[in-house]
Design a binder for this molecule. Structure first.
Ligand SMILES: NC(=O)c1ccc[n+]([C@@H]2O[C@H](COP(=O)([O-])OP(=O)(O)OC[C@H]3O[C@@H](n4cnc5c(N)ncnc54)[C@H](O)[C@@H]3O)[C@@H](O)[C@H]2O)c1
Length: 328
């Protein structure tokens, strides 16, 4: 039987890429999204669309009733670490309560497979690098706590209801569809690459760099950027793994490489021949100097390794897509 996949948060940046990848492989797909940070422009026309909010339990059940999924992919979340420290109740509501309603609907409708967007934020400050999956889980922001709490819930629902799950811990997702079809649009981006694109397009006067006095080669923070097309492939591989093995999968998705913020800026300048206006501002609380993943686990379990996550592909695919982004 061909799986029917419900992509919760499929109008968002990563969810829209995975929706497209699923459709290209012939799966039947429906997107459930409240369009709070996602966008109608990201919706794939071949996927059924259910508008609604995960925190509306009755609506979640209606969507299950209407689509009858066999697999759930769960991308919907609030994801700004800084905001989560100021408005934890919002993050508890969207991320934790929403996930509970989703899991309860899975129990009610007998859906046994979920792939969840977790995050490197579950680890907190690195105690060693690269960070592998055995690294202690000590989130330093409320956002990271919500992801860890959902991972714990998934484990209990697996033990008590037999719902098999993959918790994929992404490092920094970046880039846009290498096939050049999708938009990867975010209406209010907070991540480095889309912010750089906004500066390059003149929608932002300059890029704020949070600190240039870290103990790193150029003083700015080092991060692990993984191309969203590579992330999409990992979701398909994780789904196959769960179907075949039935045991939980918890894996980092990153590259084991790190680029500094200023290196990313320089790479864009080289690619475009233009100087990007940059302003060095103070450090952000809770920003570790360096963060990068050990990815041997994903490679050995789901045979996944990144193919498109070099800086040039990340930036050129984003530049290409950004030409088609709405002007806001
Ligand atoms: N972007 C990254 O670098 C990154 C890194 C680690 C983890 N993640 C996780 O990956 C997932 C997807 O991230 P993204 O970058 O695509 O974010 P995004 O904001 O583009 O996508 C999230 C989608 O979920 C929808 N949504 C949010 N709350 C909802 C609710 N209550 N009900 C229904 N829909 C809701 C939004 O409208 C949006 O379409 C998130 O869970 C995020 O925490 C992202």
């Amino acid at each position: 039987m061909r799986e029917k996949v419900l992509v919760v948060g499929g109008a968002g940046y990563i969810g829209s890429h995975v929706t497209d990848a699923l459709l290209r492989r012939g799966f039947k797909v429906a997107v459930f999204d409240n369009l709070s940070s996602g966008s109608i422009q990201n919706l794939c026309s071949d996927a059924e669309f259910f508008w609604g909010d995960l925190r509306d339990e009755a609506r979640v059940q209606q969507v299950f009733e209407g689509f009858r999924p066999t697999v759930v992919m769960h991308f919907a979340a609030k994801k700004a670490a800084g905001e989560s420290m100021i408005r934890p109740e919002l993050y508890a509501d969207h991320n934790i309560i929403g996930s509970i309603y989703l899991l309860n609907a899975m129990v009610q409708f007998g859906v046994k497979t979920i792939i969840f967007s977790s995050s490197a934020a579950v680890y907190g400050n690195p105690q060693y690098l690269p960070m592998d999956e055995s690294h202690p889980l000590q989130p330093v922001n409320f956002y990271g706590f919500t992801k860890k709490a959902i991972e714990d819930l998934l484990d209990w629902y697996f033990r008590l209801h037999g719902i098999r799950y993959a918790a994929l811990r992404y490092f920094n997702a970046a880039g846009v569809d290498v096939a050049g079809k999708l938009l990867g649009f975010e209406s209010n981006p907070a991540n480095l690459v889309p912010l750089i694109m906004q500066v390059y397009r003149g929608q932002r006067p300059f890029l704020e760099v949070y600190g240039n006095d870290y103990d790193t080669p150029d003083g700015s923070c080092l991060r692990d950027y993984v191309h969203v097309t590579d992330l999409s492939e990992a979701h398909l591989a994780a789904m196959e793994y769960l179907m075949a093995k039935g045991t939980p999968l918890i894996a980092n998705l990153g590259t084991e490489n790190a680029y500094s913020v200023l290196q990313v800026v320089e790479a864009l300048e080289k690619l475009t021949g233009q100087v990007l206006p940059v302003r060095i501002v103070g450090r952000r609380e809770g920003d570790p100097p360096a963060l990068y993943a050990a990815c041997g686990y994903a490679e050995s379990l789901i045979n996944w390794s990144p193919r498109y996550s070099d800086l040039e592909t990340i930036l050129s695919s984003s530049l290409e897509a950004s030409k088609r982004w709405p002007n806001r």
